[in-house]
Design a protein around this ligand. Structure first.
Ligand SMILES: [Zn+2]
Length: 320
């Protein structure tokens, strides 16, 4: 096998830590580091620590980098990498550029994008999206993210704010959403929405402990597990979730005529449990012609998808 010779750094910012990894052009994650972030940490301190860890990783591996990619929650301006909104867990980043310090420090191309766009870049370069020119992707976890890949590129919109599939309105009278609107897709497909749906159906609205041993909190994972075991309420909750996903995918298929729809994020670990009903219901919402040939996948990148996606955006943006 040809030795890979291009290396990229992927940085995945979360509320409490930055996960850093060195990734080669094939998507092999060769080493990782972590910078803990506390509430009082300043912007320069965080990036100073991150830079130190990047240098130590590169030193240890004996590699030099081609570019650095950063993934973060929130709306990120595509030209300056500035966090415009939605970084409540990382307030120190608000209105600051995520790329400036590192690009000054390393004199390399540095890119930043929101985590869902990075997830799509990850699938495009290293995952199930690799064979496609176009796909729509949703990431299901604590929130619901979305991204569009069109003509081989992540479609970012005029300012980099495109792809907010999680806030497509499914019901103007529906539950209130964190974004201020009502009935957003996120309110029907996030981990907590799946948990809520299950608890409502089994009549245990109180957040009392349930689950196989009678002592587990209900998580989305437990709901999928119980559906597999034949629990009627769980089967119903999964079915409804799949219908909401199919409705959103179906509409996007009609709008964008993509080759594939990809489900990522933690919930995608449910695999077939989710794929099968989504594939079944999507025909209720998409026209037959644009739907014909569309493949529905769960994401290939699971562990460390954040780091891999952040790094993959370098390849995507540099056309490598
Ligand atoms: Zn919303």
């Amino acid at each position: 096998m040809k030795q890979s010779n291009r290396f990229f750094c992927g940085i995945d910012f979360g509320g409490t830590a930055a996960k850093i990894g060195i990734v080669d052009e094939k998507g092999n994650l060769t080493a990782t580091e972590r910078v803990e972030i506390s509430a009082g940490d300043g912007y320069d301190d965080i990036f100073g620590e991150v830079a130190k860890k990047i240098r130590s990783l590169c030193g240890k591996l004996g590699v030099s980098l081609e570019a650095i990619g950063i993934g973060s929650p929130g709306f990120i301006d595509r030209s300056e990498g500035r966090v415009l909104q939605g970084s409540e867990n990382l307030p120190v980043f608000k209105n600051r550029s995520l790329v400036k310090n590192l690009s000054d420090d390393f004199a390399l191309p540095v890119f930043a994008d929101n985590d869902a766009n990075c997830a799509a870049a990850g699938e495009l370069k290293f995952g199930v999206g690799a064979g496609y020119e176009s796909f729509v992707m949703i990431t299901l976890g604590a929130g619901v993210g979305g991204a569009l890949v069109l003509e081989g590129r992540v479609f970012r919109g005029t300012r980099g704010l495109a792809g907010e599939i999680g806030h497509i309105c499914l019901d103007p009278q529906g539950p209130f959403c964190t974004c201020g609107s009502r009935g957003c897709f996120e309110q029907y497909a996030s981990a907590s929405a799946i948990e809520r749906s299950y608890l409502e159906k089994c009549g245990k609205r109180a957040t009392g402990p349930v689950g196989p041993t009678g002592a587990e909190p209900v998580t989305a994972e437990v709901v999928f597990q119980r559906a597999r075991e034949g629990d009627g309420c769980a089967i119903e909750a999964v079915r409804e979730t799949a219908q909401h996903i199919a409705r959103v995918f179906g509409n996007l298929v009609n709008v964008f005529n993509p080759e594939a729809c990809i489900i990522g994020g933690g919930i995608s670990a449910a695999g077939e449990e989710l794929l099968e009903p989504v594939t079944q219901y999507i025909a209720d919402f998409a026209w037959p012609l644009p739907l014909s040939g569309v493949k529905i996948h769960t994401a290939a990148l699971q562990n460390e998808a954040g780091i891999l996606g952040a790094a993959a955006q370098c390849l995507e943006r540099l056309d490598l």
